[in-house]
Design a protein around this ligand. Structure first.
Ligand code: FNR
Length: 362
């Protein structure tokens, strides 16, 4: 039987050669939002991994929307040129790969040091900036108190997402993933733990999801139909009183109605003290619940590291696509090795980079 992992997957008008996706992973190595030579090498390498889809890391839609000073951005012509160069490097390295980019705003989790420096809040005196969020509730005990966004600023940020989406499309990506997960701005609107607003953006589900839907609509209208648009969502906050799986399913239903093409289901990130036990496939059951409820391509992520594990999940019909994140950093030829492990002699639809053919022969 042919492995399901190596069958094509359609996201809107975009067809990926297989169901392996590299999820967005911040490298914190940009300068004023602009991609550097590191990114060209890194993304060219991931483009050659044998994955059908590679999603470029979270790109901030405004400078204040960066987690760290090193985040990629997409708010200026310089940023756009940097992403265009990254996309070019990826297409040169692997003509068949489909390229997504994640658009994000870090909300109250902005202005921090890189993970290898402790992810500590970066004060204004140290080059940081005032963090903005739906409400003035800090992230964790050491987090700065955010200045709540006023109504007009919410509209301006929705437009910033749309503008960044246009830039991404001009830079040549095949699709856009809206970051609504991991405790960043859009997730902060969704969760009652971080959103205590009393205007149209807070309170009932309809209000907490308003920013998300406005963003989805603005981005959809900003790009052509050929550009796939999807979302990444945290299916639970892992704490009492937080955003729930049931709300996630409702949100994804709505996103389907609003014309989005795929959903990538993650969890957590809203509060620092949530208890999350990472184990193989620990988030897959959340993605499977979404898949069972909504007719839309669903990706699972989280500790899926083995080809057989990915194949078993797909064969059971739990989800449509598999994210391999840290596994790809560990082994950037993961896709080729997965094909070999599942008994294939080639990765259908993707050419072995001719320069590596003698080493990667299956
Ligand atoms: C991440 N993750 C992440 N998620 C996201 O939505 N946007 C991002 O930019 C990042 N950045 C990031 C950087 C690094 C170094 C890691 C390791 C992770 C989360 C990532 O996409 C993925 O969901 C998790 O790593 C879980 O999948 P794996 O790694 O277990 O396959």
């Amino acid at each position: 039987m042919n492995p399901v992992l190596f069958t094509p997957l359609k996201l809107g008008e975009v067809t990926a050669a297989n169901r392996i996706a590299v999820p967005p992973m911040c490298m914190y190595s940009a300068k004023i939002g602009v991609a550097q030579p590191f990114h060209l090498a890194h993304y060219a390498r991931l483009a050659q991994s044998g994955a059908g889809l590679v999603c470029i890391e979270a790109c901030a839609v405004t400078p204040e929307g960066r987690i760290t000073e090193g985040d990629l951005g997409l708010w200026s012509d310089e940023c756009e040129a940097g992403i265009a160069a990254v996309v070019d490097a990826m297409r040169t390295a692997a003509p068949g790969v489909k390229i997504l980019i994640q658009l994000s705003h870090a909300g109250r989790k902005a202005s921090r040091t890189a993970p290898w420096l402790g992810s500590k809040p970066l004060g204004i005196a140290e080059g940081g900036w005032r963090v903005r969020a739906p409400s003035d509730i800090a992230f964790g005990a050491d987090g700065p108190r955010p200045l709540p966004l006023d109504f007009d600023e919410c509209g301006a940020l929705v437009r910033a997402f749309a503008q960044a989406a246009k830039r991404a499309e001009r830079a040549g990506v095949d699709g856009i993933e809206l970051h609504m997960a991991h405790g960043y701005l859009i997730h902060e609107f969704l969760s009652p733990l971080s959103n205590t607003r009393i205007d149209e953006y807070g309170g009932a589900f309809e209000n907490r999801t308003r920013f998300a839907f406005e963003t989805a609509d603005a981005v959809k209208s900003a790009v052509a139909a050929r550009t796939a648009v999807g979302l990444r969502v945290s299916a639970t906050d892992w704490v009492e009183g937080g955003w729930t799986l049931e709300e996630t399913i409702e949100l994804v239903h709505g996103m389907k109605r609003h014309g989005l093409d795929f959903v990538d289901v993650s969890t957590g990130g809203l509060v620092p003290d949530a208890r999350i036990e990472e184990a193989p496939g620990y988030q897959t059951s959340f993605a499977a619940r979404v898949k069972a409820a909504v007719d839309m391509p669903v990706f699972a992520c989280g500790c899926i590291t083995e080809a057989e594990q990915a194949e078993t999940i797909l064969r059971a019909g739990l989800v449509d696509g598999i994210d391999v994140g840290r596994g790809m950093l560990d082994d950037p030829n993961w896709g080729w090795h997965a094909a070999r492990a599942l008994g294939l002699k080639a990765v259908p639809g993707l050419a072995v980079p001719p320069q590596y053919e003698r080493g990667l022969r299956l």
